[in-house]
Design a protein around this ligand. Sequence first.
Ligand code: SF4
Length: 408
Amino acid sequence: MKVSLITLGCKVSQYDSAQLERMILGRGGEVVPPSPHSEAFLICGCAVTDKAVKEAKQVSRRLRRLNPRAPVILYGCIGELAHRSGEENAFPPRDKEGVLLKLGLKGKAEDALPSWHRTRGVVKVQDGCDRFCSFCIVPHLRGKPQSRKLEEVIKEVEELSRAGFKEVVLTGVHLSSYGKDLHESLDIFSLLEALEKIPGIERIRLSSMEPVDLDREKIIQLGRISKLCPHFHLPLQSGSDRILKSMNRGYTLYHYLSLVDACRSTWPDPAITTDIMVGFPGETEEDFQLTLKALETVGFARIHAFRYSPRPFTLAENFPDQVEDKVKKERMVRLRLLASKLSLAYQEKFLGKVLPVLLEELSSPNEGEGYTPNYIRVKVQSEEPLACNTIVPVRIYSITDICLGETI
Ligand code: SF4
């Protein structure tokens, strides 16, 4: 069975897709690029925004034209959404077994280790969420929080270490709630404490942490994990307390700023990155101004901005005062301009400084690219030959679209 696997969406989706790839290969299937010879197409996709669903549908139409005889299977959040509207060949995130059966690949669907092709191994430690932010479809598609057992995660990270990975990225739908559903003494800190003892792993990165789960003490506690990258993705969504309340986010801007302050007093110049939602129902120009002000106050290293779109099953779908599309678009332009300015200002702090870069790819023996612990992508030049998957000290000498640096 020649299966073409297309992955769209977040790190959780990438992890699920990589895991399915291993399972397909382990049961005698082949994973091939999409072509008229593909015998099945498998889209592992996202349904978080209306735009993501449209993208998945477009991809699906293109694949159907490529080989009309091959089934197009939808899996993941998009699979759950399509399954609920009665579509065939649609499978929810927790039904990998169903996908394999549909492909005619028999065997037990045990949790196989995904195969990562780069230098950073992603490990999903948790799935599901029960926060029910009023705009978010995810709890309706992925169900209650479900953490993976500590021993299982340790085993997977040990395997990644044996395979040569130096960095692991911990991911989950609601990562900061890790452990709560398993044992009262288990949390993200105890998980990190256990993982940092694994030899060979030099960096641990957290993909995202919900501000509602954090406080100053927890952040200061995280400062004890020496392998933890000083890169914190804390989704703010809005700088207006009125909108945060309507979103059911469970925190105020004041609380959020106290977390940023705690990060900054624990690590020198950590990267604080965020998600911002533009045009949530009822967002006035004044609310939006508050968001812009909050972004400047924090000085985010990177901002992922997206337009609100009503999602099925969510409370906000029926909120009055939906914001017009042209207003959302105009706010997005203003927000993106500010985001680029802030990102550049953050990177400029490191001009002339030496940072360790984990080389991910080489374009020639003396040139490569990789990331610093605080997630700055650097193009590295060196008089000596470079090697992929090594950490080299690099002096940053220029900042344009990408940081440039040379080994010292
Ligand atoms: S915390 Fe909120 S935004 Fe994040 S997955 Fe849960 S409901 Fe969605």
